[in-house]
Design a protein around this ligand. Structure first.
Ligand code: PXG
Length: 437
């Protein structure tokens, strides 16, 4: 047991007091395993936090970071540049949908979301449509925790306390899940294309001339793996085009392999106007996010005299050299290891194993896409979320890390998981489900 004083650190999205009574403290990691402070090894069934699909402490990324930090530790980010950030932007663009030509760096997914929202408003204004400021999100969406992303987000617990101070002019389309119509769908549900028509409702309500952008996750992650119905994203795209609304895909989870392609946009066959990324950009090794935009968006936004700053936005650590080095090494690994193909090769095995949990106690839905898996449990009367948390703790006690969001269990295995590892994760979840009441 650790002797470290745990009190001063206020942990994020954590039940701090319960945690500190029974802490789970990690000490090191290698490949697919963590080692905790007691020397116990844990199979990581969540790839960090949807972040570390290549595995922990990948030697090539570690080496790149070590070399970079000793060469150029920090570089002034404004009105100066350094090669690694330029190279990384070029490499990202090389694997993005062809319309995308420019990359703006942030340090997290939350910052990427807020950056994308600000860009959308600035884009319309630069084109002479300054009334287009309204932002549309989706119920159960997650776009981080900053004011913009929180406001367009749709997870009740994250919004409740801050309800009076949400940014103004935001609305939400309905979410895409319906237990009665799509439970236990494998991959994309065949029911629910029409849910995209909810965007037309908001256009009718507000008038398109007031709407800047719609932001959605191609596959919603944090809310418990909500997979878009067949044809749904296509219909959102058509509606946005019809009304001049920018479409933003928040690909913080879905980009860089998680659903078997460099970008979810490619796997799902729908091209947005702006894409936000983070997590897998550096395999989680160094914090970094980014916003990719189409050339048309960039051109409109930079249509001003050449000596002027086009967008008054940026972060001290935008394009940080060590993060950029980690990003470059990560993209190289995706290429060397044919990661995106690898994911497609094992996603079928994952799907089969996951859906074998259908008859287990409490299970009311199982959802999957790529290497994203969700298992929804019924809530215990009077204590929503308790079953999910107990399942998580039981798996941890058995040496497997999963994640729960309320009573939904989420799995995010490594891109190069073996079948044995997937079986172990699923078997551990099964035992946990049988053990809890
Ligand atoms: N957008 C999406 C789609 C995300 O999944 C963010 C933005 C925010 O990124 P940062 O880097 O600011 O945290 C995320 C983050 C979960 C879970 O349990 C998921 C995230 C964060 C915390 C928990 O699924 N995703």
């Amino acid at each position: 047991m650790t002797t470290t004083n745990l009190e001063p650190y206020w942990m994020p999205f954590t039940a701090n007091r319960a945690f500190k009574k029974a802490p789970r403290v990690l000490h090191s990691a290698q490949g697919h395993y963590y080692t905790d402070a007691d020397g116990r090894t844990l199979l990581d069934g969540f790839s960090g936090l949807w972040t570390t699909g290549l595995g922990h402490c990948h030697p090539k990324i570690v080496a790149a970071v070590q070399a970079q930090v000793a060469t150029l530790d920090y570089a002034m980010a404004f009105q100066m540049g350094h090669n690694k950030a330029f190279e990384l932007a070029e490499k990202i663009i090389a694997i993005a949908p062809p319309e995308f030509t420019r990359v703006f760096f942030t340090n997290s997914g939350s910052e990427a979301a807020d950056t994308a929202l600000k860009m959308s408003i600035a884009y319309h204004r630069a084109r002479g449509e300054g009334n287009r400021t309204r932002l549309i999100g989706r119920e159960r969406g997650y776009h981080g925790v900053n004011f913009g992303g929180m406001s367009v987000g749709g997870m009740t617990a994250n919004r409740k306390v801050f309800s009076p101070v949400m940014i103004p002019g935001v609305d939400h389309i309905r979410h895409t899940h319906s237990l009665g119509d799509m439970a236990f769908s494998k991959g994309q549900p065949t029911w629910g294309t029409h849910l995209a028509d909810d965007l037309e409702r908001l256009v009718t309500l507000h008038d398109a001339s007031n709407i800047a952008a719609l932001i959605v996750e191609p596959v919603a992650g944090s809310a418990g793996v909500l997979v878009p119905p067949v044809g749904y994203l296509e219909r959102l795209r058509e509606t946005c085009d019809k009304h001049g609304i920018l479409l933003i895909f928040d690909e913080v989870i879905t980009a860089f392999g998680r659903i078997g392609a460099a970008f979810g946009a490619q796997r799902l066959g729908v091209t947005p106007d702006i894409i936000t990324v983070a997590k897998g950009l550096t395999n989680g090794v160094i914090p970094m996010g980014a916003v990719l935009v189409k050339e048309s968006v960039y051109q409109a936004l930079t249509n001003c005299p050449e000596n002027l700053i086009e967008l008054f936005h940026g972060y001290t650590y935008s394009g940080h050299p060590v993060a950029a080095a980690a990003g470059l090494a990560t993209l190289q690994c995706y290429d060397d290891e044919a990661t995106f193909v690898q994911v497609r090769n094992i996603e079928g095995v994952f799907e089969t194993l996951l859906h074998e949990l259908k008859a287990e106690p409490h299970v009311v839905d199982i959802r999957n896409f790529g290497l994203m898996g969700g298992i929804e449990l019924t809530s215990r009367v009077g204590s929503a979320g308790a079953r999910g948390t107990e399942a998580y703790l039981r798996c941890f006690a058995e040496g497997v890390v999963i994640r729960n969001t309320g009573d939904i269990i989420a799995l995010s295995p490594f891109f190069n998981s073996t079948e044995d590892e997937l079986i172990r994760i699923i078997d551990t979840v099964r035992r946990a489900l049988r053990a809890i009441d």
